[in-house]
Ligand binder design. Structure first.
Ligand code: AMP
Length: 121
């Protein structure tokens, strides 16, 4: 799947749409999800044009991958979630119900989150 430069997160990265930013560095941007599913619900996105986890894992540089996952851990820590715990999630493709075609990791926390996902299949 080709990267769509007009997806909503690309527009946030270009400053065309506002976001409630919580962190930014060379490789990553983190902001609050517009429709939170937990008391803390933050999205972390790479700045590069990667459609999904599959694309990011296959095509991003070592520095982008390392920088991105360090940013995810830092954002969760800065949100005060390490002691109580949290969950990260990256929806990918059709079965993953990915809505926005720019790779992103959800960080959920601030309350007990239940087990994994509802049973499927
Ligand atoms: P998904 O692609 O299914 O992993 O989820 C995309 C997420 O992006 C959803 O949780 C949306 O609520 C969130 N979202 C969509 N548009 C925005 C926006 N403008 N600012 C912040 N979060 C957004």
């Amino acid at each position: 799947m080709a990267y769509d430069p007009n997806n909503v997160f690309a527009r946030i990265l270009r400053g065309e749409i506002p976001c409630k930013k919580v962190y930014e560095d060379e490789h990553s941007l983190a902001f609050h999800d517009i429709n939170p599913q937990a008391p803390v619900h933050i999205l972390v996105i790479p700045k590069g044009p990667y459609v999904s986890m599959a694309d990011f894992g296959a095509s991003a540089s070592e520095a982008e991958i390392a920088g991105f996952f360090r940013a995810v851990a830092k954002v969760a820590a800065d949100a005060g979630l390490v002691e109580t715990g949290y969950r990260i999630l990256a929806n990918t493709g059709r079965h993953g119900n990915q809505e926005v075609p720019h790779f992103h990791v959800h960080i959920f926390g601030g309350a007990p989150l239940g087990r994994m996902i509802g049973k499927v299949g």
